[in-house]
Design a protein around this ligand. Structure first.
Ligand SMILES: [Zn+2]
Length: 63
Protein backbone atom coordinates (compact mmCIF):
# COMPACT_ATOMS: atom_id res chain seq x y z
CA UNK A 1 0.00 0.00 0.00
CA UNK A 2 1.53 3.26 -1.09
CA UNK A 3 -1.12 5.66 0.08
CA UNK A 4 -2.77 6.19 3.42
CA UNK A 5 -5.82 8.29 4.07
CA UNK A 6 -5.53 9.85 7.50
CA UNK A 7 -8.31 11.44 9.51
CA UNK A 8 -7.52 14.03 12.13
CA UNK A 9 -8.97 17.09 13.78
CA UNK A 10 -7.88 20.64 13.10
CA UNK A 11 -5.80 21.92 16.07
CA UNK A 12 -7.41 25.35 15.65
CA UNK A 13 -11.13 24.69 15.21
CA UNK A 14 -11.46 20.94 15.90
CA UNK A 15 -13.17 20.25 12.63
CA UNK A 16 -12.59 16.81 11.08
CA UNK A 17 -10.01 16.73 8.30
CA UNK A 18 -8.77 14.07 5.96
CA UNK A 19 -5.47 13.95 4.14
CA UNK A 20 -3.84 11.49 1.80
CA UNK A 21 -0.30 10.55 2.72
CA UNK A 22 2.07 9.32 0.06
CA UNK A 23 4.60 6.85 1.46
CA UNK A 24 6.84 7.28 -1.57
CA UNK A 25 7.59 10.82 -0.35
CA UNK A 26 9.97 9.47 2.27
CA UNK A 27 9.93 7.72 5.65
CA UNK A 28 9.81 11.01 7.54
CA UNK A 29 7.63 13.74 6.19
CA UNK A 30 6.48 17.08 7.48
CA UNK A 31 4.38 19.53 5.58
CA UNK A 32 1.78 22.19 6.04
CA UNK A 33 -1.84 21.75 5.05
CA UNK A 34 -4.45 24.47 5.36
CA UNK A 35 -7.59 23.59 7.29
CA UNK A 36 -10.57 23.20 4.98
CA UNK A 37 -12.78 25.08 7.44
CA UNK A 38 -10.75 27.84 9.09
CA UNK A 39 -7.91 27.96 6.51
CA UNK A 40 -5.22 28.07 9.19
CA UNK A 41 -1.92 26.32 8.47
CA UNK A 42 -1.62 22.91 10.13
CA UNK A 43 1.82 21.38 10.51
CA UNK A 44 1.60 17.66 9.82
CA UNK A 45 4.27 15.13 10.63
CA UNK A 46 4.14 11.56 9.38
CA UNK A 47 6.61 8.74 9.87
CA UNK A 48 6.62 5.46 8.04
CA UNK A 49 8.25 2.12 8.68
CA UNK A 50 8.57 0.35 5.33
CA UNK A 51 5.12 0.90 3.89
CA UNK A 52 3.09 1.41 7.05
CA UNK A 53 2.37 4.55 9.02
CA UNK A 54 3.93 4.41 12.49
CA UNK A 55 3.63 7.98 13.69
CA UNK A 56 1.30 10.84 12.87
CA UNK A 57 0.93 14.18 14.56
CA UNK A 58 -0.53 17.58 13.88
CA UNK A 59 0.10 20.93 15.48
CA UNK A 60 -0.42 24.61 14.92
CA UNK A 61 2.21 26.00 12.60
CA UNK A 62 2.28 29.49 14.00
CA UNK A 63 2.33 29.24 17.77
ZN1 LIG B 1 -9.60 24.57 11.31
Amino acid sequence: MLENDMDFFCPYCDSPQSIRLDVSGGTRQSFVSDCEVCCQPILIRAEFDADSLVNFSTEKENE
